[in-house]
Design a binder for this molecule. Structure first.
Ligand SMILES: Nc1ncnc2c1ncn2[C@@H]1O[C@H](COP(=O)(O)OP(=O)(O)O)[C@@H](O)[C@H]1O
Ligand SMILES: [Mg+2]
Length: 412
């Protein structure tokens, strides 16, 4: 193998934040405010149900960026332990489940404010948690010489790698790069006292970890999960109502171009003082923050009360026309969207039906996965729930159009 010009010194990763972050402050503030407003707009139980519903979508898009296109219908089946007979599809289903599980862990065990998500330990743990759940055939990578090498979950690579035109830092020096990464972005460090700066750092750190490319594979999935974790430690998107990954995937070409541009060394003496281009890092951060704001705004529109109620009506009307639901179910769906959960008795009140009929109506929604109930407790209320299959009607546009059309065709 020819001797490669590889980075060995962590200083070659500079700058770690764009030098003129003041220009990015308005976007960062906007993201913070809009994200908080979105979380505040829903009943916490409804927010929880929507976040659970969005988790498979997040996994869908993160794996899609990697070139693994798993049909949302197959993800829904996998969640019900219904695995495909086709080996490749089954592996993709298991990959989706692995991603969903890691992400659920992040959101369900929120980290304390100030937790250092940028630590090598945390990053390795994310990789470990994801990779150890993957089918064996996804636990191998092709190195720069074209040789297949096994991936050990949670371990940094022991070979050189190239991403696009960028040759990542030499594997023997990874610890130094990660140590610098960990201390520079540490939310507890004195220089990171400003929240606005820490939000910009989430964007910047996203690129720099992709640039270090510490694992032989899985860097993309890990860095996107890491971004989710970083927002969580900032108390942002704690209800999981928007997905950075959806935005990155829907702008896939731009995401890859911005990543690759930010790999470049500085152009001239006017391009910052570090080894890497300051201008391009700033552009990456702008792209990242813009994408995040766009996702928050999209979800805000999606969850707007009037718009949501209209879609519930449309959904029930369609299901009534197909003979699957009765008209009155729409009042139950409205009530659980607004209140998160309703006592069983309340179904009689909102539908104006007898105890027996109310039960049948609720049962029809339970069958479609549009309600949830704790079967072990007869006093348990009906909780709001959203199945992937209802996505094209209740949350149109979340998945790509082609996938939504397939889902629509599946409506009985
Ligand atoms: N030019 C680039 N510079 C830095 N990172 C890149 C570049 N192009 C792509 N990436 C990142 O690398 C990821 C692919 O790396 P890989 O280790 O295969 O991760 P995964 O298997 O999760 O996709 C992409 O998802 C993207 O985040
Ligand atoms: Mg890969």
């Amino acid at each position: 193998m020819a001797i490669l010009e590889v980075y060995r010194d962590p200083s070659t990763m500079e700058p770690l934040l764009p030098e003129n972050i003041g220009d990015l402050e308005p976007m960062s503030t906007q993201l913070l405010e809009k994200s908080h407003a979105l979380s505040a707009s829903l009943h916490p139980e409804t927010a929880k149900a929507i976040s659970t519903f969005l988790r498979p979508m997040n996994s869908y898009y993160s794996n899609l960026i990697e070139g693994h296109d798993t049909h949302p219908i197959d993800i829904e089946k996998a969640l019900k332990k219904d695995f495909s007979k086709d080996h490749k599809n089954r592996s993709l289903q298991k990959e989706a489940l692995a991603h969903i599980a890691v992400s659920a862990d992040l959101f369900n065990k929120p980290m304390n404010n100030g937790f250092n998500t940028y630590s090598a330990k945390f990053i390795k743990n994310l990789h470990k948690a994801f990779y150890e759940k993957l089918p064996k055939e996804f636990q191998v990578a092709i190195n720069i010489e074209g040789v297949e090498t096994p991936i050990i979950p949670g371990e940094f690579r022991k070979c050189e790698v190239q991403v696009g035109k960028h040759i990542a830092p030499s594997w023997e020096y990874l610890d130094g790069f990660l140590a610098r990464y960990e201390s520079y972005y540490d939310p507890n460090s004195l220089s990171n006292k400003s929240k606005i700066r820490r939000i910009i750092a989430i964007a910047s750190a996203h690129h720099r970890l992709a640039w270090i490319h510490p694992f032989s594979d899985g860097n993309g999935r890990v860095v996107r999960l890491l971004s989710d974790a970083c927002f969580l430690t900032e108390g942002m998107n704690t209800s999981g109502l928007w997905s950075m990954t959806r935005g990155l995937s829907r702008n896939d070409a731009s995401y890859k171009t911005h990543l690759s541009n930010a790999d470049l060394t500085r152009w001239d003496n006017y391009d910052g003082r570090g080894n890497l281009s300051n201008k391009m890092l700033k552009k990456f951060c702008e792209f990242y923050l813009e994408t995040a704001i766009d996702q928050v705004e999209y979800m805000k529109k999606m969850l707007d009360l009037d718009a949501m109620l209209k879609r519930i009506h449309y959904y029930t009307d369609l299901m009534v026309s197909k003979g699957i639901l009765k008209t009155e179910t729409r009042y139950i769906l409205e009530a659980v969207f607004l209140k998160g959960e309703i006592p069983k008795k309340e179904v009689e009140r909102v539908t104006g039906k007898s105890d027996k009929t109310a039960k049948i109506l609720a049962e029809s929604l339970l069958n479609l996965g549009l309600l949830n109930v704790d079967k072990t407790n007869h006093l348990s209320p009906y909780k709001v729930n959203y199945p992937i299959s209802a996505s094209p009607l209740l949350f149109p546009g979340l998945y790509p159009t082609g996938k939504e059309m397939d889902m629509m065709a599946m409506l009985r």
